[in-house]
Structures are given as C-alpha cells and as structure tokens.
Design a protein around this ligand. Sequence first.
Ligand code: SF4
Length: 571
Amino acid sequence: MSTQDFDEEQQRYLKGVTAGLHIARGVPGMTGLTTGKRLRPDDFHSQARIRAQAMGGELTSQEEAKADLNPNDMWNEMVALANLGEYPKGDDVFLMKGRGMFYVAPNQDSYMCRLRMPGGIFSSHQFRAVADLAETYGGGYTHVTTRANLQIREIGPKDPVNVLMGLQDVGILNQGSGGDNVRNITGSPLAGIDPDELIDVTPYCRAMHHHIINHRELYGLPRKFNIAFDGGGRISALEGTNDIGFSAVMPKADGPLPRRPYFRMGLGGITGHQDFARDTGVMLKPEECVAVAHAVLHVFLASGDRTSRDKARLKYVLDRWGFDKFMREVQKKLPFTLRRYPLSRCETRAPVDKAGHVGIHDQIDDKQYVGVVLPVGRLTIPQMHGLADLADRHADSKMRTTVWQNLVLGNVKKSDMKALVAGIEKLGLHVNASPARTGMVACTGSFGCKFANAETKGNALELVDHLEDTLELDEPLNIHMTGCPNSCAQHYVGDIGLLGARVADPDADDPEEADQVDGFHVYIGGGYEDEQGIARELATAIPAVHLNAYLENLLGLYLDERHAGERFVAY
Ligand code: SF4
C-alpha cells in the first residue's frame, strides 16, 4: 500500500501525522557523550546541603522539596489530586511545575499547562491535538509564548493528568517545561528554509530536547535554565538572552579553521537581570553542542547557589567564578579538547530582519513562507484547526511558533500563496501588519499570573490600535510589555520596554490617599544581535490610562525630529 491509495483528505491527515517524525540512522546532532557514573538529583542536593551548612546557610524550601521528591515523579500525586478534584498545596504547587502544570491561583483558580517542542516547530497533527485539549479541558484558547511554545490555560482540578496523557499520545513530552529545569529549547523558526541561515538548527534542538527528557539528574537544577540555537539567518532566536546561547558563525576565509559553519557558545544570558550571554571563546562543531551543554549543566548542578532563589541562575556562578574557571571545570567533564578561536576571526553575523517573521518571503528554494500575526500570541480553537488544515493543504504541515509570539507556515508553492493568505484571513488573522503590531510582545500579565503588577495583553493590543490610529510608523519597532521584573516578555531587549508597576491612581481626588492601579515603567534602546543592548529607563510609573498618549508623544517626537536615515535605536 502506498500513500496514493488514500484519498486527498486522508493524505493530508497522514502528512500532518508524519510531519513531526525524523527518521535517521545513528543519533543525529550528538557526539562526544560518554557513559559513566550515573548521577541522581539527590547527589547534588546532599552535596549542596553540606556546602550550605559549612557556610552557615540553609537550602531554600524549593531545594528541600526537590530533594524529597524528583519533580519528574509527581505522577501519582497528580492522579490522586485529580481523583479528589483538588488543587495542590504547599510544595506540590512547586513540584508540579516540573511536569509543566502551574496552579496559577489567585489570578485564575486553575492550572496552566506549558508544553515543550524543540525549536517551537509543531506538526499540524500535534497542533490539532493541543487545540482539542484546550477545548475539552482548558479555556478554549492557547497562547504562543515568548519561548516559541504553547500554553493551555484554565484547566480544572480533575484534568491535569488528562491533559498530560493527551499530549503524550501525540508525542508532546513536557517534562521539565517549568520549575528548576531546562526549559523549551528554542531555535531559529525558519530552520531549513531560511535563505540566509548558516546551519539548520532542527537536529540540534531536537537532540538537546531528547537529551534533557532522558536525564533524571537534570530535573534538579538550582534554578531554571534556557538554551537556544541560532542558525545565523533572517530571524533571530534571541539566543543572547539564554543561559546557553549557541550562535552559528562562519570562520573568515584567511584563518586556520576550514570554511564550514560552527557554533559559538555564549553563557549567562538573563536579560531580566540585565545581562546578555557572553562569548566563551569556544567554537563548536554542531554535533558537539549537546555534549558541551551537558558538561555546562553538570558544572551548574554542582556549583549553583541553592541557598538563594535570587542568586541561583547560571549568571551568578559565572560572576562568582569568572568565565575562565567555569570553562576549566566544563573542560574537565569532556572527552575532547574545546576548540578556542577568536571571535574576531569569524565573519560578522548577517543582519536580522526585524519584520522577517511576518508577511510573505522567499525561501532558500523556489518556495515561500508566510508569517501570521497573532494578537500577542492568542489563538482560538477554530483558528488552530483552521491553520493546521491550511498547513496541510498549502504548506509542509509544520507550525513554526516564534519567540515573537506569532506563527510561520513554510514550504508554500508560490502558486498556493494566494489561497493560503485568503484562508488565513478567513480565520480572522492577517499576514501583514503595522510595525507596532508586528513587533508587539506581551507576557501573560494579571489576566493569569500572580506576579503581575499590571494587565498586559489587553493593554498591548489597545496600545497597538492607538499607535496605528495616530502615527505613521514606517520602520520595524519592537515593543515588549512585561507584567513584572521576571521579564518573561524581555522588556530590556525591546526598542521600547514596558515594565508593569503599581502606581497611584491619577484620577484620585487626594494623591496622598490614591488607590494603586496598573501602570508601567518605560525603557528605550534595547536590542538584540547586531543591535544588542540593554534598554535604559526613560520614565517611571506612567499610569496605564496615560500610556497610549505617552508613547504617541514619544514616537511622534521621534518621527518629527529624526534626521534622514536615523532609526529608533538608542543603544
Ligand atoms: Fe507573570 Fe511576570 Fe512573567 Fe509576566 S513577566 S508572565 S507577570 S512572571
């Protein structure tokens, strides 16, 4: 029997099912790993406890909880809670995050489930399954996140296990998507179709993803950990904001290394703490990346601060030790010598296209891709099913989510593009948008996050509407609206960053007695890749009701006063 034996509808379905399958001999994307002593999370906790006691400190309560039970072993507890129809309490709230289940009360008295998908590329089959789960067990919508991922929200007390079983049925393994774990592996969303990319990062994201899923000791990191692979192409993976950022580079022609693409490794990115990943001087063959990341993670496991949540990220080990000492420890864990190579002997990265994730663009071959604008990442169930059907009919059955909270459909024949765009618009979505809409990113905010100081997604969309009504912006502009200093929407890398704050009600009769209402601190001049920079504070405590007018004035002033060729970057 061949696929020709199926009718057109059946073939489309099969294409969606097989889109996520990668069939290869050997293990693509991995060399340099060794067998050896098996480590358990408890090994690291007991060592950390001894270190903490020697220094007169104590492990955090989260560390004690992880030492008692590996978060990966929460299944029985989750089943028991679901059967009782109860939400978790105490340490179980934290431990369930390790299985991607966040109890998000009080903002929503329900669970949010965070998925993981290497490189953010779902098959249409998986996309439909997530839509069905969100409809059956969730609130009837999903969010595309700033880590190129999907979240299902408003899951009731009886259903977390039903959701996880449904995800596993279609090959979505979300262990470690929350808590003190390696989070979703992000990669260039145009991997494999980008005319400018140096490396198709797909096999390396996938190899890293499965490596994490299969290492129990990695479920007990001192704190969360982000890894990204940037292929050097048109759309950045924002790898500089990650604990490990792998950046594709080409050695210059006159150097000793052969002209083939490598990855540079940056460490310690955490823009919420105003730091980008810094170059380690190491140049890796792509297939070496997983082994080196494994070594970095093991040094971090043993050295991260488990006595303070605020100082537990990798950046603080690097600050304490310096890069040289840290990399010496990494080297000790590897069976090969790390290749040192000056960054100055590598070609400069090709500039990114800040609007390359939206609209119709040519690919590496004679086909095209199209970036669909999602309203700050929100998708309804009919839209998810409609996009999956369109991806099967006109594209390659892959749903490429991006860190810009939108979605790319690729491998579209030029002759199919018109029908595809018409189908997207029929779903109430668009492929072209103003610069403000294209570059708007917003975290969950007070709609569903207890840490939020302000509502974000609604304010972000109102701001976009206002800027479209009042200004003629004519260049890409990234506006990152984040609800609290945790900075999930990375306000420090936006051209404009907006950080939620509680501010005095501007309409109060007596300012001394004013209620606290939503507001924002304003930052400008952030950027990434060739425009990398941490945004600087421009204004504080702008009430949300005044934000639209404030930014209209700011951007209007820029449009009026700019010189020819000048751009809105202030790095
Ligand atoms: Fe919640 Fe803060 Fe993250 Fe926004 S930035 S989703 S408010 S933790």
